[in-house]
Every structure is written in structure tokens, then in C-alpha cells.
Design a protein around this ligand. Structure first.
Ligand code: FAD
Ligand code: N01
Length: 539
């Protein structure tokens, strides 16, 4: 019987996702290489993270002027676009991505409101066969996942969760029409970067807000402010230099980690350095010394500085202590940027509830039960994060050579070459995949680097008439051991974080992002390409 489901043409490449990664990948393959390419996107428009995360207070915490596409996409766009704030809010970032889609006419090659349900390698045809929830089957030479590291929400399975009679929201799937909490009693579960942004805004509206905290975080000062005309002028004049620096620094920011250990300076000098970084705001505090992530004693100096800031801001010493992290080093969980979060706990209508020693017992019809007490609320906000890095990849149902699923291959944790490819899955490229810098960087810089590398690789293959590329077992083993060694040199394994896969019950524990730094990683990838894609088998 004829299979009628192949209603889309056979493609050179199929991209899954239309956020920062998918948009730029589509542009490069279609407009630079002239390939037949299509993107598939579950949402009904572009934006990814910035389409879904519409919770109150949502904004970037990489500074906007470098949380965007660089001169790799367009010099003109950089000069035309002016951000209104130092850290732009979600609506502005979403309009920026919509503008990019419009300007490069990208929407015409994106199938919206369509979800990839499986992708199977066809060994004879050297192609991927991709199925979607609308019953369509598409085949493509290359499959490129641009599905995001933080796109599958984590909704803990609290007993009674679905029986709650009030409103429930996950911050990563916020209603487009917004939510009015005026006069309502609200519980926010979680105190990660999302909660730290949402809590001050919800507290302004709610009659009473309960913040349920399992692990306190080291929140750094946000320092958001409007972008002045002078700021914008200076930035635009210096963009070439700014982007050059982002590509070489450790975290993809235009400032690098200072070349001095924390204990090499006097206590007084160290405090001055921390204060100066604090006053500037943003992640600069993490770059003040070169051993904060490597040495426990060095780290403790920054940790104690930040606990001091909590004591300064929060009036009730007991609440301040409850908000102070004691069980993990600074920056081993992603530090949120705070713009008024700690001040919120000075309000009469806000209560902090610790749920570490006495975990949430369950959700009742009327609220949340902790330690035998039922907190009655009208709304519950789950700021409980994501099944990061692998969660969305596994949901694609990818099956490679010899019928082996990606999820099965990675049952003991991810195994990749360069965090971008994996043996047994020819012609599969995972943008910002596990074991690449991805979430340990200012992501647009890492996204562009991956997209440009894949574009160059596909051009190289096309010039040689090659249909297939796959990493060797040796190359993959080499990358995994390098990645693991570098990751274990850091303090990261000392925390129960999503960077370690620790937030999802049953998830394999390992360091997920590559910790060698953006500049080093770029050099390694460039070297592989310069040596004729060393470590890959081609045919
Ligand atoms: P995403 O934006 O996540 O897009 C992936 C897309 O793939 C989604 O639209 C999704 O619908 C689609 N998709 C997934 N699975 C399927 C499927 N099966 N079928 C079809 N489509 C699918 N990073 C920074 O560097 N700086 C910041 O300040 C920063 N702020 C952030 C704030 C929040 C609230 C969050 C959640 C993340 C933040 N990040 C930040 C990380 C952010 O995710 C990245 O910067 C960037 O937006 C990722 O882009 P992406 O295109 O790779 O992935
Ligand atoms: O998620 P998270 P997020 N019982 O996983 C708690 C990016 N981002 O959405 O720490 C009780 O950090 C959990 O507790 P614990 C950024 O990369 C960026 O806030 O596991 N609590 C934690 O407090 C960020 O890191 C920006 O003990 C439970 C919280 O829920 C990433 O997205 C803004 C629980 C989840 O925190 C994710 O941030 C926002 C349970 N069963 C996000 N399960 C900016 O750049 C989970 N928790 C501005």
C-alpha cells in the first residue's frame, strides 16, 4: 500500500525549533547555502523561551546588547535595533525575535503548531524520517535539533496536585493573556532565577504570598536600568570589539574572568572588588577572581559576601538566615539576578516557608500542605524549572542506526563528540547539546558558534559530494573524558542543581554543560574543522 503521509518534500535539512537557534540555523542553511530546509515548531509563532516564559518580571540576565544576534547575522540590524533597558523584558525580546523572523522572511519555511513525535534514521537512504503530530512524515538528509536546553517544564508530582480547586500555573507555560493576582492568596513553589524575577511582581498584587523554598540561592544584584542614548551610542560604536570579546571569554560575555585568585589579595581589597562588581550588577561578581569555581576557600569569600548582602537587605534576621545558602558553594547552582527579591521579604503580605527539612507533603483542594499545616491559597505558581538539556531531546523520539534510541544510548548519561553529535546517529546535529558550553554561557554566542560550525560542515560535505557524517567511537570517548575531567575540576558536583541533572527524579547525575569555557571550546571546534573534520567518519 502506498504511504500517503509524505506530504512535505524531501529536504536537505530539517530543523526542530524556532527560537534563537532554529531561526539562525534556518537563515544560514537556506539563505547562505541555498539548501531546501524547513523548521518545525510546536508553538504558533517564533521565540522559543521568549514565547513561553511570559510570567511577571520575566527578563534576560545577560545584558540585552549582547543577548542578541551578533554581526554574524547582520551589522545593519545591530545598528537599527535599540534596546530600551539594560536587561530587556520578555515582550521586548520576543518582538526582537519576531522582527528577525520578519526581516529574513523566515516564517514561510516554518511549520508552526506542529510537534515532532519521532525521528528515525534510514540507513539505506542516508536520511532521517521525521514524523509529526499532524500525521505528516518528512524526510531530510540532516536533522538539526534547535529544541532548547530549557524548554520542557518540570512539574513535580506532588500528591493531590491535580485535585487543587484554585488556579495553577507553571512559569514556563504562562497564559498569553496574563494573570491578575489582585486580592488573591498565592503560593510560589521554587526559588530559582524564575521565582526571583516573579516574586516581587506577584507580591505587589497578591493579598498574601507564600514563597516555598527548598534551597536558598546566592542572588546577585540585577542592576537593571533604562538604556540611555549615550549607552546605545557607545555600544553601537564598539560592537565589533564587543562581539570579538564575547567569542573568546569563558562565559561568552564581553568581560573575562580576572586573572587573580581570591586569596591573593587582602580581605579589604577583596571586599572592594566584590562591592564594585555588585554595584555594576549582573554576572560580573562571578568573574572577579579566577578560582571562585575551583577552590572552596576562595568560593566561600564570595558566598559570605553575598550572605552579608542578604543580612543588609532583609530586616528580620531569622528570615535573612533562612534565605542564606549554606549547603552549596556560590555559582554551583545558577545564581539568579535580583531586582527587589530580598526586599520583598520585608513586606507584611509575604511569608517564606522552608521546605527542605519538611518537604511539601502534598497539594490539597484548597492549597499546599507543609509540615502538617495547610496553607490555603487561590493560586499556585510552579516556578519549578525544567527537565534541562536532555529532557526535550528525549521527547523527540530519536532512533539512530541499528534501531538504537537516543534515550537508550544515553541511559547512563549523555555521550557526545563536541556536545553536538553522537555516534550511531549520523547527520544529527544537536545545537547547544549537552557537553557543549550552552547554558554555561551567554547563549546567543554559543548558539551562533554551533550554527556557524554546522553550516561550514554541511558546506564542506556538499563540496565533496558527501551524504553522511558521524563521529568515531574514539573521538566521542575522547570528548567525554575531556568533558568529565574539566567538569570535575570545578565545584559544580558539590550541588544538587539542574546543571548536574539533580532536579529530576531518576535522571543520570553528571556535569551537563561543558566547563572548559566558550573561547577554549570554539578553538577546539575550529581545530576539528581545520583538520578536515577530524574525529568524524564520512561517506
Ligand atoms: P528555545 O528558545 O528553548 O527554543 C526551542 C524551541 O523548540 C521551542 O520553541 C520549542 O517549542 C521547540 N520544540 C521543542 N521540541 C519540539 C518538538 N518536539 N517539535 C517541535 N518543536 C519543538 N540565556 C542567556 O544566555 N541569557 C539569559 O539572560 C537567559 N534568560 C533566560 C530566561 C528564562 C526565563 C529562560 C527559561 C531561559 C533563559 N536563557 C537565557 C536560556 C534561553 O533558553 C536561551 O538563551 C535561548 O533563548 C535558547 O534558544 P533556543 O532556540 O536554543 O531554544
Ligand atoms: O528553575 P530552577 P528556574 N519541591 O530549576 C524548586 C534560566 N532562567 O525556572 O533548588 C520543592 O533553577 C527548586 O528547588 P531546589 C536559568 O538558566 C534564566 O528558576 O531544587 N521545590 C528550585 O528552587 C535558570 O537557572 C533567567 O532545591 C522544588 C526551583 O524549584 C533556569 O532558567 C530567568 C521542587 C526551580 O529552580 C531555570 O530557572 C529564569 C520540589 N519537589 C530562568 N522541585 C534569566 O536569565 C523543584 N523545586 C533572567
Amino acid at each position: 500500500m502506498t504511504d500517503t503521509r509524505n506530504d512535505a518534500p524531501d529536504l536537505d535539512a530539517l530543523i526542530v525549533g524556532a527560537g534563537f537557534s532554529g531561526l539562525y540555523m534556518l537563515h544560514r542553511l537556506r539563505d547562505t547555502l541555498g539548501m531546501r530546509v524547513q523548521a518545525i515548531e510546536s508553538a504558533d509563532d517564533v521565540g522559543g523561551t521568549w514565547y513561553y516564559n511570559r510570567y511577571p518580571g520575566a527578563r534576560c540576565d545577560s545584558e540585552s546588547y549582547f543577548y542578541s544576534f551578533s554581526d554574524r547575522l547582520s551589522e545593519e540590524l545591530l545598528q537599527e535595533w535599540t534596546w530600551s533597558e539594560r536587561f530587556a523584558g520578555q515582550p521586548e525580546i520576543l518582538s526582537y525575535l519576531q522582527h528577525v523572523a520578519q526581516r529574513y522572511d523566515l516564517r514561510r519555511d516554518i511549520r508552526f503548531s506542529t510537534t515532532v513525535t519521532s525521528a528515525t534514521w534510514d540507513e539505506d537512504g542516508n536520511r532521517w524520517v521525521v514524523e509529526t503530530d499532524d500525521g505528516t512524515r518528512t524526510s531530510a538528509r540532516h536533522l538539526i535539533t534547535a529544541v532548547g536546553c530549557l524548554s520542557t517544564t518540570n512539574l513535580p508530582d506532588f500528591p493531590g496536585r491535580d485535585g487543587f480547586r484554585g488556579e495553577s500555573y507553571h512559569t514556563g507555560r504562562w497564559p498569553h493573556e496574563g494573570v491578575d493576582f489582585t486580592g488573591k492568596r498565592v503560593a510560589v513553589i521554587g526559588t530559582g532565577a524564575t521565582s526571583v524575577q516573579a516574586v516581587p511582581e506577584i507580591a505587589e498584587q497578591a493579598e498574601h504570598l507564600y514563597v516555598l523554598q527548598r534551597t536558598p540561592n546566592y542572588d546577585i544584584s540585577g542592576g537593571n536600568r533604562p538604556m540611555t542614548e549615550d549607552d546605545a551610542k557607545e555600544i553601537k560604536e564598539n560592537y565589533t570589539d564587543i562581539w570579538a570579546r564575547t567569542r573568546q571569554t569563558g562565559f561568552g560575555f564581553p568581560y573575562d574572568i580576572a586573572d587573580r585568585p581570591a586569596l591573593s589579595v587582602s580581605e579589604e581589597e577583596r571586599q572592594e572588588i566584590f562591592e564594585e562588581a555588585w554595584a555594576k550588577g549582573g554576572f560580573r561578581l562571578g568573574t572577579t577572581f579566577n578560582d571562585l569555581l575551583l577552590d572552596g576557600a576562595a568560593n566561600e569569600t564570595a558566598a559570605e559576601f553575598l550572605r552579608g548582602k542578604i543580612r543588609e537587605k532583609v530586616r528580620d534576621p531569622e528570615v535573612a538566615e533562612k534565605l542564606s545558602p549554606r549547603n552549596h558553594p556560590f555559582f554551583t547552582k545558577r545564581p539568579p539576578l535580583e531586582n527587589g527579591y530580598y526586599d520583598t521579604f520585608n513586606r507584611d503580605n509575604v511569608t517564606l516557608i522552608g521546605v527542605a527539612e519538611t518537604p511539601i507533603e502534598g497539594i490539597t483542594e484548597n492549597g499546599v500542605r507543609v509540615d502538617g499545616t495547610e496553607y490555603e491559597v487561590d493560586a499556585i505558581v510552579y516556578a519549578t524549572g525544567f527537565d534541562a538539556m536532555t529532557g526535550t531531546l528525549f521527547r523527540l523520539g530519536i532512533t539512530g542506526r541499528d534501531g538504537v534510541g537516543l534515550k537508550d544510548k544515553w541511559a547512563e548519561g549523555p555521550s557526545t563528540y563536541l556536545g553536538l553529535t553522537t555516534r550511531g546517529f549520523p547527520n544529527l546535529f544537536m545545537l547547544t547539546g549537552p557537553q557543549s558550553p550552552s547554558v554555561m554561557s551567554n547563549m546567543p554566542v554559543s548558539i551562533e558558534q554551533h550554527v556557524d560550525w554546522v553550516t561550514d560542515c554541511l558546506r564542506w560535505m556538499s563540496e565533496r559530494g558527501l551524504d553522511r557524517i558521524e563521529p568515531t567511537a574514539e573521538a566521542e570517548d575522547g570528548w567525554v573524558s575531556h568533558h568529565t575531567e574539566v567538569g570535575n575540576m570545578t565545584l559544580l558536583p558539590q550541588a544538587e542543581s539542574w546543571w548536574m541533572g539533580a532536579n529530576i527524579p531518576g535522571k543520570q547525575r553528571s556535569v551537563y554543560p561543558y566547563m572548559g569555557g566558550v573561547g577554549v571550546y570554539r578553538g577546539l571546534c575550529d581545530d576539528v574543522a581545520a583538520k578536515g573534520y577530524e574525529g568524524f567518519e564520512t561517506a
